[in-house]
Write a protein that binds this ligand. Structure first.
Ligand SMILES: Cc1ncc(COP(=O)(O)O)c(C=O)c1O
Length: 440
C-alpha cells in the first residue's frame, strides 16, 4: 500500500523509518526523487553551459581554462576504442614494474614520466615516478618518500622545514605524517631565507631535515632558492622536495629552464650534482589537463631506498610488488590521457603558451603601474605569472574570482588580491579587467 504525504507525516519517527524502508515505500520515494532530480539535472546543466562562457575571466586561481586541442579529443577516442573509460582499468602499483592486473596503462604512464623526467634534467637511467591525483597528492608522495628514507637512514624521525608562503596543504600533510615542523623565515620577496634555514638546521642538529622548497608560492609567486638551500644542507642528512605545482609546468619551456634542472655538472670538479630529490607539478594548472592530476618524479635511487625500508614492514605478496604509492587502486585513464601532453607537438604548444603567459604578465604589471599604482602591484620575480595588489572592490573580486589574502606590507596586515595570468588570460581579458578596475 502506498501512503500519501499527510499519512507519512502523521507517523512517529520510528514508524516512518520502517515505512520508508519497506520496498513499496522505497519505490514511491525513488519515483518522487527521480522526478525532482531530473528537473534539477537539466537546470544544473543549463547553468553549467552558461558558466562555460565565462571561464576566461577566471583570473584568481592557477587553472588553465583553455580547451585542449582537437588532437587531444581524438586521442581520447583512440583510448576509448582500446577500452579506456569503457570498463574498469586500474593502474595499481609501480608503473615501472610488472603488474599482475593487465588492465592498466603503465606503458604510457612510465613513458610520460620518463619524458617529463628528461625535461627536468633527471639522468635518463635514474627516473622514477607516476601520475598522481593532484599537486597535493604529488607533495604527499614526496614527503612520505622523504620521511621514509630519512627515518630509514638514521632511525630518527625527520623534522619538516617550510615557509609561511608554502601551500596550505603542506601543513595538512605535516599533520598526516606526524612530523614536527620548523617554519623558516622568508626574504622580502616571499622566497625562503637560506640563512634562517641554516640557523634552524643548526638548532636541530639531531634530526634529519625534510625540506620543502616552493617554486612559485601560491599567493605571491615567490621562489625558494634551490642552490642556496642545497648549500645549507651540505653535510647533513636531508631530503629536498620541490613543490613546483604551477611554475614546474611552464619554466622548462622558457629561458629559465635551468632553474628546475635536477642534475647539473659542477663547473670546477666536473662532478654531477643533484639539486633536489623529488618534484611535484600539477597537470591541470599550466598544462590545462581538464581534471586534477599531478606529476610526481624522483630518482630510481630514491625509490630503491624507499623500497628497501617499505618492504621490511609490508609484505608485497598480495599485488606481487612493492608499489611505492600510498594509494592502492590508481586511475588508469588520466595517465593514458595525460600522455598526450608529453608529445613533441604538445611541448611546442606549451612553449608558446609559456611565452604568451609571461609576456601578458609583464603587460598587466606595466598597465597596473601606469594606471593603478595606488594598488601597489607586485610581481615577485621575472619567472612569475602572478601579480598581487591591494584588494579592489568586491564586485571586481567576485567577477574575476580573484583570490584574496591579508599580507604584510611594510609591517601592516593589508588585504590583497592576485591575478594569475594563465594561458586563457589573454590581453583582451586583461584589458577588460583593467577597465573594470577603473570603476572601483
Ligand atoms: C604551490 C602550490 N602547491 C600545491 C598546490 C596544490 O595543488 P593541487 O591543487 O594540484 O592539489 C597549489 C595550488 O594552488 C600551489 O599553488
Amino acid at each position: 500500500m502506498l501512503m500519501n504525504r499527510r499519512q507519512f507525516l502523521g507517523m512517529s519517527g520510528a514508524t516512518a523509518l520502517v515505512a520508508v524502508c519497506s520496498p513499496q515505500a522505497l519505490a514511491a520515494q525513488t519515483l518522487t526523487l527521480t522526478h525532482g532530480a531530473q528537473q534539477n539535472v537539466s537546470a544544473t546543466l543549463k547553468a553549467m553551459q552558461q558558466l562555460a562562457q565565462q571561464r576566461n575571466r577566471l583570473l584568481g586561481y592557477p587553472i588553465n581554462m583553455t580547451t585542449p586541442p582537437e588532437e587531444f579529443f581524438a586521442w581520447r577516442n583512440e583510448l576509448a576504442a582500446a577500452g579506456f573509460n569503457q570498463f574498469s582499468f586500474n593502474n595499481v602499483g609501480n608503473p615501472y614494474d610488472h603488474s599482475h592486473i593487465p588492465f592498466n596503462c603503465h606503458p604510457f604512464e612510465k613513458e610520460l614520466i620518463n619524458r617529463f623526467g628528461a625535461v627536468y634534467g633527471f639522468a635518463l637511467d635514474d627516473i622514477w615516478g607516476f601520475l598522481t591525483n593532484s599537486g597535493t597528492d604529488s607533495n604527499m608522495h614526496g614527503l612520505y618518500m622523504g620521511r621514509t628514507i630519512l627515518k630509514g637512514r638514521t632511525g630518527v624521525m625527520p623534522k619538516i622545514y617550510f615557509t609561511r608562503e608554502a601551500h596550505y596543504s603542506i601543513q595538512i600533510l605535516r599533520d598526516l605524517l606526524h612530523l614536527d615542523w620548523v617554519v623558516v623565515a622568508t626574504r622580502p620577496d616571499g622566497g625562503m631565507d637560506a640563512d634562517d634555514l641554516e640557523r634552524q638546521l643548526n638548532a636541530n642538529p639531531n634530526r634529519p631535515a625534510l625540506v620543502v622548497a616552493t617554486i612559485g608560492t601560491t599567493f605571491k609567486g615567490a621562489i625558494d632558492p634551490i642552490d642556496a638551500i642545497q648549500a645549507k644542507l651540505k653535510g647533513r642528512t636531508a631530503y629536498l622536495h620541490l613543490d613546483a605545482a604551477l611554475f614546474g609546468g611552464y619554466l622548462p619551456h622558457t629561458a629559465f629552464a635551468g632553474d628546475l634542472l635536477h642534475s647539473i655538472v659542477d663547473p670546477i670538479s666536473k662532478a654531477k650534482l643533484q639539486r633536489y630529490d623529488s618534484i611535484a607539478v600539477s597537470c591541470h594548472k599550466f598544462f590545462g589537463f581538464p581534471s586534477p592530476a599531478g606529476l610526481f618524479i624522483t630518482t630510481r635511487t630514491n625509490f630503491e631506498s624507499f623500497r628497501a625500508q617499505f618492504s621490511q614492514i609490508h609484505d608485497p605478496e598480495y599485488i606481487q610488488q612493492v608499489p611505492g604509492t600510498i594509494t592502492c587502486s590508481r586511475d588508469a585513464v588520466k595517465p593514458a590521457e595525460f600522455y598526450f601532453f608529453s608529445s613533441e607537438s604538445s611541448f611546442i604548444r606549451q612553449t608558446a603558451d609559456a611565452k604568451a603567459m609571461l609576456d601578458n604578465t609583464t603587460y598587466l604589471l606595466k598597465e597596473m603601474n601606469n594606471h593603478y599604482s595606488y594598488l601597489q602591484p607586485v610581481r615577485a620575480n621575472d619567472r612569475s605569472n602572478t601579480v598581487y595588489f591591494i584588494t579592489p572592490s568586491k564586485t571586481v573580486v567576485d567577477h574575476y574570482s580573484l583570490a584574496t589574502m591579508q599580507i604584510d606590507i611594510e609591517g601592516e596586515r593589508t588585504p590583497c588580491a592576485h591575478v594569475v595570468v594563465m594561458p586563457h588570460a589573454k590581453k583582451e581579458i586583461l584589458d577588460q579587467f583593467l577597465t573594470d578596475l577603473r570603476k572601483t
